[in-house]
Ligand binder design. Structure first.
Ligand code: PHE
Length: 563
């Protein structure tokens, strides 16, 4: 039955899976670009502050909410919010729908970008990329442009589509094996390889003559920039993205924790692994090398954007070194492993929604989600030049994740944090097995359940107050500075046009139409939620025996009545 939820096989398994999700293109492409465009060394201090006061606490919060969901055999936000509000609030499940939007929007473009990496790994390994590099940077730009714009074809079919289908199938095959045999195993294979390949590149870069100049750009703190709010916002946004926060992922992964499995230390270990991959591997390889070889042009290179740096500058820079083809292959292979572990992590919450809430079998869940993501990905594949990826990334990968993170922080601190764990055990909100200290609240009782290391008490105010306030300030300032101009399209002229499938549209009209499409998806998701509840889905079946024991006489009927 789909109702028998799985668990991770081992502590290492879940840590690697969360780290695998976190270590992605954000570490190796987005972080260097953010650092370079925000003054290099100036970026690191706000970044570290956001890591400590925002990233680590919010990761603990998400793990805790996920475990709370798992206690009740759920793994996504609609049912969890419903349960957090003790199944009394009709709107809670619909509020939870927001938590599922980031994975939907992000996977629509992430799979396509992931497939570019596979293609470029192939082109590196076969020497094609070295031939292109030999013809100069302009040729490299053209090669990349033709590839992503579907102009490079074999037998009339764009190569980019072929690689997309291979990548898409690979993701889905892993997921079809489930959490333990699919996700956990894939991470156990991919993560060590990724870290080794990354370290190979770090060693290569650090042994380049004159690399000190490049490292200085990245690592000399420039305190004068600290007064700029933009740098602080960019740093916090990067922490969010790279740690996979607000994306429903950690939430979902933590819901598969075994009872009594450690949480506090596991979360910290996964966060530290991601930080290492980002700052040490991402921070050492890309920018210092590009500064050394591309010289003063680094800010220009960074303006090529996240993809320009990764897909044009890096192959070029590696190509100028001895064994350039090998280095290029190592680079893209590392990125591919980073990409697949992130991609599967963002699809699993959607599969969990089908399995747990809609009570689909795994096969039906994987088929449903494959169909939806495949169709959705077409918007990114064909609409890239028309700006669809920018829209998806703004809503899914930037704005909503912070918003959802804020909701989660508030639920943790002001809902679970206000309720006594003792009462929660008595009414079945917490399983009877949870060991509770006198006076403890539900939030920290859940977090510390089975922990090897209990969260030190002095950190509680950071989680309870600093983190939500940080998030609210971040959200408000981001909305004012970058959000509103983007949302209102105030920088777009009415005469701007975009091309889609050979037709020309006004940019403003097209963008609003695309937003309308995204909004329809949001409505459909809410219909699916309403349907799940109508069927008596969540909270109806599939309790583990342990939970059943504490839930006798409680609530399942409430749910039916309420829905
Ligand atoms: N943390 C991921 C990264 O750095 C973000 C992400 C996760 C993106 C999952 C997509 C899917 O790339």
């Amino acid at each position: 039955m789909a109702n028998n939820r799985e668990n991770w096989g081992s502590k290492l398994g879940v840590i690697l899976a969360v780290a695998g999700s976190a270590v992605g293109l954000g570490n190796f492409l987005r972080f260097p670009v953010q650092a370079a465009t925000n003054g290099g060394g100036a970026f690191i201090i706000p970044y570290l502050i956001a890591f400590v006061f925002l990233g680590i606490p919010l990761a603990w919060i998400e793990w805790t909410l996920g475990r709370y969901a798992g206690y009740h055999n759920y793994g996504t936000s609609p049912s969890t919010y419903h349960i957090i509000f003790q199944k009394k609030k009709k709107w809670a499940k619909y509020l939870g729908s927001l938590g599922l939007l980031p994975p939907i929007f992000i996977i629509f473009y992430y799979g396509f970008i992931q497939s570019w990496i596979l293609a470029f790994a192939f082109y590196s390994a076969t020497g094609t990329l070295m031939d292109v590099v030999a013809q100069g940077p302009a040729k490299m730009t053209e090669f990349f442009g033709n590839y992503i714009m579907l102009k490079t074809c074999v037998g009339g079919i764009p190569v980019a589509i072929i690689f997309f289908i291979i990548t898409f199938a690979a993701n889905m095959v892993v997921l079809s094996f489930g959490v333990r045999k699919g996700i956990e195993r894939a991470n156990k294979i991919c993560m060590p390889i990724l870290l080794i390949l990354g370290l190979v590149l770090v060693v290569r870069v650090l042994t380049l003559p004159g690399i000190g100049k490049g490292l200085a750009f990245m690592w000399n703190p420039d305190f004068s920039e600290l007064a700029s709010p933009k740098v602080w916002m960019a740093a916090a946004g990067q922490v969010f993205f790279t740690m996979s926060l607000g994306m429903a992922i950690i939430f979902c992964y933590a819901s598969y924790l075994k009872p009594k499995e450690d949480l506090v230390l596991s979360s910290l270990t996964a966060s530290a692994t991601n930080g290492f991959a980002e700052v040490i591997i991402g921070g050492t390889v890309v920018i210092p090398m590009a500064v050394l070889i591309a010289g003063a042009n680094i800010e220009e290179c960074a303006k090529l954007g996240t993809f320009g740096l990764g897909f044009q500058t890096m192959p070029y820079v590696f190509g100028t070194l001895p064994f350039g083809g090998v280095l290029q292959t190592v680079w893209f292979t590392m990125l591919f492993f980073a990409g697949i572990t992130s991609a599967i992590s963002i699809i699993q919450p959607l599969i969990s929604f089908c399995e747990d809430d809609l009570k689909f079998t795994r096969k039906k869940s994987v088929t449903t989600i494959s169909t939806i993501t495949f169709i959705g990905s077409l918007t990114a594949i064909f609409g890239l030049a028309a700006g669809t990826v920018d829209e998806l990334d703004f809503w899914g990968g930037t704005y909503l994740i912070v918003f959802v993170g804020m909701i989660q922080a508030i639920l943790f601190s002001f809902v679970l944090g206000r309720r006594k764990a003792k009462d929660a055990k008595a009414n079945g909100d917490l399983p009877a097995e949870v060991v509770v200290e006198p006076g403890e609240n539900e939030a920290f009782a859940t977090m510390n359940d089975g922990s090897l290391l209990k969260l030190p008490k002095f950190l509680r105010p950071i989680i309870m107050y600093v983190c939500p306030i940080y998030l609210i300030v971040l959200l408000v300032s981001f909305t004012a500075t970058d959000g509103l101009p983007f949302i209102t399209l105030s920088n777009v002229s009415p005469n701007d046009t975009v091309q889609l499938l050979g037709h020309t549209f006004s940019k403003i009209g097209f963008t609003w139409a695309f937003r309308g499409f995204l909004f329809v998806l949001f409505l459909l998701l809410n219909l699916a939620i309403a349907y799940a509840w109508r069927k008596g889905g969540p909270a109806e079946k599939g309790r583990s025996k342990k939970i059943k024991k504490v839930e006798i006489g409680n609530s399942d009927e409430n749910m039916d009545k309420e829905a």
